[in-house]
Design a protein around this ligand. Structure first.
Ligand code: ADP
Ligand code: MG
Length: 236
């Protein structure tokens, strides 16, 4: 127990003071807890991609981040790592309920995120679940009460916010809007605004998008606080 608190105190200090070292390129250069570091190693993630290397020092400090990078550039780990670190440092447990919410445009993408989380998050003890529709609503409702991290599609998530008694979002520490441009192209702007209104204002928000459109900027203005902009050029 004391060793865990010591690690957490140490991480807080190292994240706040983090300056990338000269040879900065690998996950092991980041101030990460041993459970996350082990999970990355087990999943064979060693070198960071550009968007990971640029955004993680900011997101690990707790800042809101608006990240733009093309498909396939590694955005999933750029938001899963800060979620795990934040909940770990908060000693998040079963009784704390929902701590992180990841919104993805499609069921398929949500399932992919969930699979990555299961693989690289396996040393952590958080419970995670999918809210993607197509499954029995009652079954999702029963499990929802025990979830610390949820990966959801917007329509289904809002449905639970409206209909699931006891679904409590008031503790959410971290919101991720993944593939924001696609979410908006699919017509989810109003749904997303309604979801964000149900969340506590004191939270970290990470927004990732392949492109930076006017609509994405509007969504960012409504959901992020003093965001850091991180963009990786097309040619990278
Ligand atoms: P995006 O969300 O930006 O489209 P993904 O997060 O889905 O990208 O990652 C694309 C692919 O790159 C996946 O197969 C993933 O496993 C792989 N990948 C991501 N980050 C790394 C990394 N640091 N090292 C090696 N492979 C990685
Ligand atoms: Mg992605």
């Amino acid at each position: 127990r004391d060793a865990e608190q010591q690690e957490i105190d140490d991480l807080e200090v190292r994240c706040a003071a983090f300056v990338p070292p000269k040879d900065y390129a690998r996950f092991e250069h980041l101030p990460l807890c041993s459970k996350t570091a082990q999970g990355l190693k087990k999943a064979a993630y060693i070198d960071m991609t550009d968007i990971q290397a640029k955004s993680l020092p900011l997101s690990l400090k707790g800042k809101d981040v608006l990240g733009a990078a093309r498909t396939g550039s590694g955005k999933t780990l750029a938001f899963l790592i800060p979620i795990l670190e934040r909940l770990y440092r908060a000693k998040w447990g079963a009784a704390d309920g929902l701590g992180a919410l990841i919104i993805s445009p499609t069921r398929e993408l949500a399932m992919q995120i969930f699979d990555v989380l299961r693989k690289m998050g396996s040393f952590h003890s958080f419970s995670a679940g999918l809210l993607i529709g197509g499954k029995d609503l009652k079954q999702e409702q029963d499990r929802l009460a025990r979830m610390n991290i949820v990966v959801a599609t917007p329509g289904r998530l809002l449905q639970h916010m409206d209909q699931t008694i006891g679904f409590d979002c008031s503790n959410v520490q971290c919101l991720v809007l993944d593939e924001a441009d696609r979410l908006l192209d699919m017509g989810f702007a109003n749904t997303l605004n309604a979801i964000v209104e149900n969340l506590p204002k004191q939270r970290q928000t990470l927004l990732f998008s392949a492109t930076q459109t006017k609509k994405v900027k509007d969504l960012a203005r409504l959901s992020l606080k003093e965001p850091e902009y991180v963009a990786v050029r097309e040619a990278d």
